[in-house]
Design a protein around this ligand. Structure first.
Ligand SMILES: *[C@@H]1O[C@H](CO)[C@@H](O)[C@H](O)[C@H]1NC(C)=O
Ligand SMILES: *[C@@H]1O[C@H](CO)[C@@H](O)[C@H](O)[C@H]1NC(C)=O
Ligand SMILES: *[C@@H]1O[C@H](CO)[C@@H](O)[C@H](O)[C@H]1NC(C)=O
Length: 613
């Protein structure tokens, strides 16, 4: 039974695309489109949202692919192919309507998956694609009541009066119940019936009922057998039933059935028909479970050639079905994708002993055969975290110190010993801080190696400078014998320390090698005592080993000759040494100056002659 126009049996009216009998296509509008986005992430991608009130929903993949369609209600409930589980094709109730999910399994088929539903829906439904390979495009369409139609529906009250539920000739509905009014157009009600009885499974259909005032019934009209229904089966034995029309008692003209008393309507007579055997057909069994729980597997189904004889369906030889193409008996299937996240280690210890740190664990994408595969093969949205913060509580600043040193600063008597003291944040910081909250622990301590005994000891001073700037030299130091007592040090005569090894007081030294150097002799005597003479000396360049050398600096060469006694030869006037006679030159010529008398009386002339000589 198709809903709508059956109530007008014989009226010649047809249903328009909006499901209104005799309607003009204006009470609804078509929404359609193609989802063609190129996707690159494996997983669920939303294709379209189907609003409440939609009818004639058709979502069809344009070409067969490894992708799957999925359906979810707005409240988040998965209806088909949710949570990475691929459901079998079949019927699924959602949003107040029944969705038919088709997945053509025949290997040769190129048709894609589809969702079909008559509607109307009573909530928003979301259609998704589980993306696994390039999207070949998904066509979707549905009808929505147009604004005018919905406006009309609102105010119409349920009409008074009674109406007759009509049963139709072909099938008898032994039980049915009205489940509610679905819509009202200008002069029709649409009632939703739940049929049960011979029709199995029970199903709903909407029946349009004209609003009719209860007729006045009298004996003017009567039921008259008008013929039979069509045979319920075209072969293999069916049934047909007699039908009755209401006619005018007198002129036998057919009138509306409502004019006759329905309770007096004769029950239809049953008659078997079309007893000839039906042609053989392929009876297609259910698909078996997929051979793999994830990844590509195989599934099988039984395809038997069968034929209906009278009341029985018998298995027959497959040659009887040769006029029909044999449906596939095996198909590939995939319940879900196999790669999954696995946590492969416990959390590590926190990276810090105090304060905020991090801890990590190993999370890997594992394929169905147990291989580690690149992360992209798993659903990144479901990836368990592999790093998280950990809080080990506040860090405290503390004083850190070393053990006390073993050495006392004094060999005997009072001294001090020390240790290192630092303020650090516990374990973390390696940099010393300004200071900690508590008082700084002492870093030195008094120590005492016991009383000092009177002990003799050699003490040495520092070495003096080397005696030679270069080449071999020597240096000295002072060495004294001291006795140390409580009062301090006292110098003692060296023999007090004679029992002890005396440290050296002299040692050779050699600051650096000299290389060649200028040597010279003393100056000779001046060649004259006055009025410019000269003097000479010998100059040699000698190596470290005192061999003659060329390596001395010529610029530094000492002079080998120089002038001397430049003063004039005039003897200085001596008041006591003067000539007492005018003719002292004669005394000089007569060589009388050797005599003391003349040397004194002619002092000037005699001494001049002596110096000239
Ligand atoms: C309604 O639409 C269908 C096709 O969608 C068409 O065949 C029919 O003629 C239309 N009816 C009217 C009244 O326009
Ligand atoms: C659904 O839509 C597809 C694509 O437009 C079309 O091929 C198919 O016949 C439609 N199915 C129904 C039941 O209308
Ligand atoms: C059909 O078979 C059933 C049992 O399978 C039997 O009860 C019934 O009488 C048969 N009807 C006819 C018309 O042969």
């Amino acid at each position: 039974i198709s809903p709508g126009c059956d109530a007008y049996l014989g009226s010649g009216k047809v249903m328009d695309k909006c499901g209104v009998c005799g309607g003009d296509n204006t009470t609804c509008r078509l929404v359609s489109g193609v989802f063609q986005h190129s996707l690159n992430k494996i997983g669920y991608h939303k294709i379209v949202e189907i609003p409440a009130g939609a009818t004639k929903i058709n979502v069809t993949e344009m070409v067969k692919s490894r992708n799957y369609l999925a359906l979810r209600s707005r409240s988040g409930r998965s209806i088909i192919n949710g949570n990475w589980v691929i459901d079998r094709p079949g019927k699924y109730e959602a949003g107040g309507t029944m969705f038919t999910y088709r997945r053509p399994n025949e290997i040769r088929s190129t048709t894609g998956e589809s969702f079909l539903a008559e509607g109307p829906t009573n909530e928003i439904l979301d259609i998704f694609m589980i993306f696994q390979q390039p999207n070949p495009g998904v066509h979707y369409e549905y009808l929505l009541p147009s604004q005018r139609a919905t406006d009309q529906q609102q105010p119409n009250p349920r009409p008074e009066g009674s109406f007759q539920c009509l049963t139709f000739s072909m099938f008898r509905y032994e039980f049915f119940s009205v489940t509610g009014t679905t819509s009202i157009s200008s002069n029709n009600f649409f009632y939703r019936f739940l049929h049960s009885g011979r029709m199995y499974p029970p199903h709903f259909s909407d029946i349009q009922v004209p609003v009719v005032q209860p007729p006045r019934r009298d004996k003017e009209y009567m039921w008259k057998m008008s013929g039979t229904t069509e045979c319920s089966a075209s072969c293999g034995k069916g049934f047909r039933y007699s039908t009755y029309n209401c006619v005018h008692r007198v002129n036998q003209v057919q009138v509306s059935n409502t004019l006759c008393d329905s309770s007096s309507r004769p029950s239809p007579e049953e008659e078997a028909c079309n007893l000839q055997p039906c042609p053989a057909f392929w009876d297609i069994g259910e698909w078996s479970e997929c051979s793999k729980t994830c990844g590509l597997g195989m599934q099988n189904r039984q395809v038997l050639c069968r034929q209906v004889y009278a009341n029985h369906t018998l298995n027959v030889h497959s040659s009887r079905c040769r006029h029909l193409e044999k449906p596939e008996t095996t198909s590939t299937c995939q319940l879900k994708i196999c790669s999954e996240w696995q946590i492969r280690s416990e959390w590590t210890a926190c990276s810090v002993p105090c304060g905020l740190g991090q801890r990590s664990r190993k999370v890997l994408c594992v394929s169905n055969v147990g291989d580690f595969v690149p992360d992209e093969e798993c659903n990144m949205n479901l990836r368990p975290s592999d790093v998280e913060n950990c809080d080990m509580g506040a860090c405290a600043k503390s004083w850190f110190y070393t053990e006390w040193g073993n050495r006392c600063s004094a060999e005997c008597g009072m001294g001090v010993r020390s240790r290192g003291v630092l303020c650090l944040i516990n374990h973390i910081s390696t940099l010393p801080l300004e200071g900690c909250d508590s008082e700084r622990p002492p870093d030195s301590q008094v120590c005492n190696n016991g009383p000092c005994e009177n002990r003799m000891e050699w003490f040495t001073g520092p070495w003096s400078q080397c005696s030679a700037e270069c080449g071999p030299g020597s240096q000295q130091r002072s060495v004294v014998c001291l006795v140390k007592s409580e009062e301090g040090f006292t110098v003692m005569p060296p023999y007090e320390c004679s029992s002890l090894d005396r440290p050296l007081s002299q040692q050779s030294c050699n600051l650096k090698a000299c290389r060649a150097k200028w040597y010279h002799t003393d100056w000779s005597a001046c060649s004259q005592t006055c009025e410019g003479g000269f003097r000479v000396r010998e100059v040699r360049c000698l190596s470290d080993t005192m061999m003659s050398s060329e390596e001395c600096d010529e610029q530094m060469r000492p002079k080998a000759k120089e002038n001397c006694n430049p003063r004039p030869c005039t003897p200085h006037i001596d008041e006591k040494c003067k000539d007492n006679y005018l003719n002292c030159n004669v005394v000089v010529q007569a060589r009388l100056c050797v005599y003391d008398y003349y040397k004194t009386t002619c002092c000037a002339s005699c001494s001049r002659m002596a110096s000239r000589r």
